[in-house]
Design a protein around this ligand. Structure first.
Ligand SMILES: Nc1ncnc2c1ncn2[C@@H]1O[C@H](COP(=O)(O)OP(=O)(O)O)[C@@H](O)[C@H]1O
Ligand SMILES: [Mg+2]
Length: 221
């Protein structure tokens, strides 16, 4: 089989919350608290692109109950449908039976700042109806700009900042992939390749780009 980026991503990307690496104490508290039921409010993940917000939202939703079924999780890409219709359809889904022992449905609203003004107020209504997971719905939302959300929506959420990642955050993952594929490299070269500029910032997307370059070069005659 040809090794390419998508095969590598499906092989190495985190598939469980336990694989999600973070050094951030607040993020750790969230990862622990929601599945356990000590945190119950709608969760809003805020941060720059590539920091792992969508990834975290999906992993968290899938582990809200020990027996959470994919059918209990609704993923909405808000940029695809920013209209109030999207919220209405979510309103219908959350009334369906949950299939897990916690009797919980999870709704992921990805890029939630894209909602139109009427959709944003419909969302406020929805969060008022389901203010905590005790009402049977776990809302998890992601956004790059907190300012794109209405204040009543923000107020109803626990806001978790997912900070920009650095070369040090993504280097272990890059090494795991290259080691796993038995591709030789020098750590200092890899670090240099992941370093775009003097800021020291690097996203997981940047890291996958570097891996793709290395794999492509390896396959050249
Ligand atoms: N902690 C992590 N460990 C490994 N890969 C990660 C991690 N967080 C994100 N990624 C990967 O980085 C890429 C970007 O993550 P994503 O969740 O889409 O970021 P965001 O939604 O913040 O823009 C995805 O391919 C994702 O699987
Ligand atoms: Mg995202």
């Amino acid at each position: 089989m040809t090794v390419n980026l998508s095969s590598l991503m499906s092989k190495y990307e985190p598939t469980k919350l336990a694989d999600y690496t973070t050094f951030n104490l607040k993020t750790m508290a969230v990862i622990h608290g929601y599945p356990k039921g000590t945190l119950t409010r709608p969760l809003l993940l805020v941060g720059p692109p590539g920091g792992g917000k969508t990834q975290l939202a999906k992993l968290l939703a899938a582990e809200m109950a020990p027996d959470m079924s994919p059918a209990d999780i609704r993923f909405v890409d808000v940029s695809e449908d920013p209209s109030v219709k999207a919220i209405r359809s979510v309103g219908q889904t959350v009334q369906l039976f949950a299939r897990n022992t916690r009797n919980l449905r999870a709704v992921i609203l990805d890029e939630v700042h894209e909602f139109s003004t009427p959709a944003m107020s419909a969302l406020k209504g929805m969060l008022t109806k389901y203010p905590t997971t005790d009402r049977g719905v776990f809302f998890v939302m992601t956004t790059n700009h907190l300012s794109g959300l209405s204040e009543p929506v923000r107020d109803r959420c626990l806001v978790l900042e997912v900070p920009a990642t650095t070369v040090d955050d993504v280097l272990p993952m890059a090494r795991r992939v290259l080691d796993g594929e038995k591709i030789p490299y020098a750590v200092e070269d890899l670090r240099a390749a992941l370093t775009k500029d003097s800021s020291g910032l690097a996203t997981f997307r940047d890291m996958w780009g570097v891996i793709e370059d290395i794999v492509t070069r390896m396959s050249m005659p």
